[in-house]
Design a protein around this ligand. Structure first.
Ligand code: SAH
Length: 271
């Protein structure tokens, strides 16, 4: 952890809030998130944020900057996003950085807060419902259960690569062994592209008949999912034609779900 930089005397006139927009369904926004979005004069928005959230809550005169990588554009470099935030705060704007799910579950929220602090800007953070939580809930199963899972691990299937990082920074075999012995549910974000590798590695520590589910577009009307076993993870994803954004869930909490069902199932269980 970097040391916190104290706010300098030249510190910003404006404000900055990192806001979790939830998994997609606008009704899963927190009241605090709605309040922050309504107050914003500048919004920097990630690509997984539902447009309806902006049309329903942003001020008509707010400046909205899309910084995501969908829609044919390349993702805005992280350093550029952070510079934009710092400049806008210094100009006295009320800045909201709107991120999918929860700002501190993947999605680089932690880095943004650190860089703002280094620039002398304190940032408030508003939690959002993380995609993994919404995905599992939409199937009507819990992440933990006294009979099946004593805990849950949120893990990225796409760990940082390049300088200072291993090609595959996640030790899937160790994770599988721990999940098996400690009875943990695994919730894997950004894992669909690497599913074949993840399946192969997890099979070193978990039985092939461990239930898995893959949920795409959780909480949205176009939600689809597939239920299978770990030994068929990649095959099931390919057969169902599922792609990002999706989470992979592994564990006995999924026992009892009908295998290989692919459905639009959003909203059935309160997401
Ligand atoms: N901060 C976000 C995660 C950002 S990483 C959160 O807390 O949810 C982006 C990944 O999140 C995607 O690749 C996918 O794995 C997952 N994700 C985001 N929205 C999703 C959704 N509606 N349904 C399924 N997975 C989703």
């Amino acid at each position: 952890m970097k040391k916190q930089t104290p706010i300098s005397p030249t510190a910003a006139a404006g404000r900055c809030t990192l806001v979790g927009a939830g998994p997609g369904d606008p009704e899963l926004l927190t009241l605090k998130a709605v309040k922050a979005i309504r107050a914003a004069t500048v919004l920097l928005v990630d690509d997984l944020v539902n447009e309806r959230i902006l049309s329903e809550h942003a001020r008509p005169d707010a400046r909205i900057v899309h910084v995501g990588k969908r829609g044919g554009c390349k993702s805005t470099p992280q350093a550029f996003i952070e510079r934009l935030m710092i400049t806008a705060v210094r100009e006295g704007e009320t800045v909201v950085r709107l991120k999918g799910g929860d700002p501190f579950i993947f999605g680089r929220g932690g880095e943004e807060v650190e860089h703002l602090r280094e620039a002398g800007i304190e940032c408030t953070v508003v939690n959002g419902v993380t995609a993994g939580l919404a995905a599992v809930t939409s199937l009507g199963v819990p992440l933990t259960h006294r009979d099946h899972a004593q805990g849950v691990v949120f893990v990225t299937g796409h760990a940082k690569t390049g300088a200072g990082a291993h090609e595959d920074a996640t030790d899937w075999r160790a994770l599988a062994a721990t999940a098996h012995s400690a009875r943990l549910t695994l919730v894997i974000y950004m894992g669909v592209a690497g599913a074949a590798h993840i399946e192969r590695e997890l099979l070193h520590g978990l039985p092939g008949d461990t239930p898995v589910a893959v949920v795409q577009h959780a909480s949205l009307p176009q939600q689809r999912h597939v239920v299978a076993t770990l030994g068929r993870l990649q095959a099931a994803i390919a057969e169902a034609g599922l792609a990002s954004p999706a989470v992979i869930v592994v564990g006995d909490v999924l026992q009892g779900l009908a295998a290989a069902s692919v459905d639009a199932g959003a909203g059935r269980f309160g997401t």
